[in-house]
Design a protein around this ligand. Sequence first.
Ligand code: 5GP
Length: 204
Amino acid sequence: MAKQGILIVLSGPSGAGKGTICQELLRSDPELNYSISATTRAPRVGEQNGVNYWFVSHAEFQQMIEKDELLEWAEVYGNFYGTPYQHIAELLNNGKDVVLEIDTQGATQIKKKFPQGVCIYIVPPSLDELAKRIHKRGTDSLENIKTRLGSANDELTHVHNYHYVVVNDEVQRAAKKVAAIIIAEKCQVNRNMNIIENILIESK
Ligand code: 5GP
């Protein structure tokens, strides 16, 4: 059987810098694939359909659920977000690694369906820094910022469901740590049994 790709889940409170880390990872490793989520949230300035998200209506999202097209989905800050399954299943089956940037509810569902997935939690160095980053980003309304900061404490309690935690004190450094985790995971014995078996066959 061909070697399966690795499913990498990145989560963390809003403003922790998952998006920037993801971009850095994809820039430094062209082999890595990003799973584009579907969402009912309105696009922010500069966001593009099919690049940042698939922006869909509530009815379209509901249809995706009914047709069982989503690997996981959740309601986050009043909007729906979900991971379309078909494309990432093809990538994984072709040995390609896929990164998902999703919330803690989605990660819990992935852990059940994909126990071999690797779950990484990104944290900011402090809650003060988190507040500064969300304000600086300037893409959210004041009310939205309040909601996001209010959930940050609660969000952090989910870290125990993850395999790794990475502090995003500096993007390049944090991205390097995530890349190192991916490399180490690729070297796990149970992901490489086919290579060992081939070596043993050759030596007979
Ligand atoms: P934002 O609105 O800032 O782009 O995303 C809000 C939250 O939704 C973030 O925590 C983000 O990781 C999460 N999110 C984005 N896509 C998905 C998805 O497909 N599934 C789930 N469960 N969460 C998602």
